[in-house]
Design a protein around this ligand. Structure first.
Ligand code: NAI
Length: 338
């Protein structure tokens, strides 16, 4: 028998609820039978206190070596302070595609049972390039960068995904009536790529209308293709359709590396109380297991997760239960063993 592979994975627990949900997910991953070697690093304010750097050089090296990371949320100061660690890592490793599958788990009651959407967010351009300056006191300029290369590769990523996973329809979401040049370019690139995929229906919707349509009738959408800022905002809206931010996973994908993290942030309002829902990070970890070519472990974890939700006995309070983070993780472990 050949020796089982050990996956070296960079682990960034993050802050706020990050360490709690990460600990729960690592316990579950270790029970899948897959062998992991974790390289654990602090990032953000915590890393600055320890190393005098917000992203330690050793963390960059670790991701570069391992090419895969599992990441908890990291707090970004509002209106000043250091640059977002999340955005910095995505840019550094050119993780241009942010894939966010939004689907209902069994047993949850929501307004729209059966929602199953794929959000594809461009991850390196738009307003998130961080080019802001004060022109004169009282006037600031914030630059949005949209490139042909960036728009074409994210469109191609979305269409390739649709082809590979049998998805039928992609809506490019935009505001090209106002942002005529930038969103206009984004659309032109998407249209061009769409021509190569005749089996996938291609449509365009304005971002403002899309928000209303998603709330009124999400089933008209299959996959959403969005620029960075629109994708960020619409992801949270979509999370609301399936039960909240505690549920929705994400994968930041580039050609060399991948960082798996939930859509949600550090949730300071509930941090340290053992009440956070680790499902979003767990579903991100399931995406990671697929990426690591461990489909059996991914399926086993997914089935256990679905069983715990279908049973409705041990759920965290954001989805109507009373269980704590660790108790919920125990329930998943029991479902995996049973
Ligand atoms: P948030 O996503 O942290 O929280 C929004 C709401 O959802 C809160 O009421 C929170 O309690 C709830 N929530 C989030 N995750 C949950 C979970 N797993 N279980 C149960 N409830 C959950 O968004 P917020 O408060 O706007 O941002 C907090 C911080 O997180 C900010 O500093 C922001 O910059 C950062 N952030 C980091 C991200 C990352 O590391 N990738 C992504 C988004 C925000």
């Amino acid at each position: 028998m050949s020796e089982q592979k050990t996956h070296k994975v960079t682990l960034i627990p993050g802050d706020g609820i990050g360490p709690e949900v990460t600990q729960a997910v690592v316990r579950i991953l270790e029970a899948t039978g897959v062998r992991f070697e974790w390289e654990r690093y602090a990032a953000g304010a915590e890393a600055f206190e320890i190393h005098g750097e917000y992203i330690p050089a050793a963390l960059y090296d670790s991701i570069e070596r391992n090419r895969v990371a599992l990441k908890g949320p990291v707090t970004t100061p509002i209106g000043g302070g250091f640059k977002s660690i999340n955005v910095t890592l995505r840019k550094k490793f050119d993780l241009f595609a942010n894939l966010r599958p939004v689907h209902m788990l069994p047993g949850l009651e929501t307004k729209w049972p059966g929602v199953d959407l794929i959000v594809v967010r461009e991850n390196t351009e738009g307003e998130y390039v961080g080019l802001e300056h004060e022109v004169v006191p009282g006037v600031v300029e914030s630059i949005k960068v949209i490139s042909e290369r960036g728009s074409t590769r994210i469109a191609r990523f979305a269409f390739d995904y649709a082809r590979k996973h049998g998805r039928k329809k992609i809506h490019a979401i935009h505001k090209a009536n106002i942002m005529k040049l930038s969103d206009g370019l984004f659309l032109r690139c998407a249209r061009k790529v769409a021509e190569e995929f005749p089996e996938v229906v291609y449509r365009e919707h304005l971002i403002d209308n899309t928000c209303m349509q998603l709330v009124m009738n999400p089933f008209q959408y299959d996959m959403l293709l969005l620029e960075n800022l629109y994708g960020d905002i619409v992801s949270d809206l979509c999370a609301g359709l399936v039960g909240g931010l505690g549920l929705v996973p994400g994968a930041n994908l580039g050609t060399e590396c991948a960082i798996f993290e939930a859509v949600h942030g550090s949730a300071p309002d509930i941090a340290g109380k053992d009440v956070a829902n680790p499902t979003a990070l767990l579903q991100s970890a399931i995406l990671m297991l697929h990426h690591l070519d461990e489909p059996a472990a991914a399926d086993k974890t997914q089935k256990a997760l679905e069983k715990v939700y279908a049973d409705r006995k041990i759920l965290t309070r954001d989805v109507g239960g009373t269980a704590g983070t660790s108790q919920f993780a125990d329930a998943i472990l029991a479902a995996m063993a049973g």
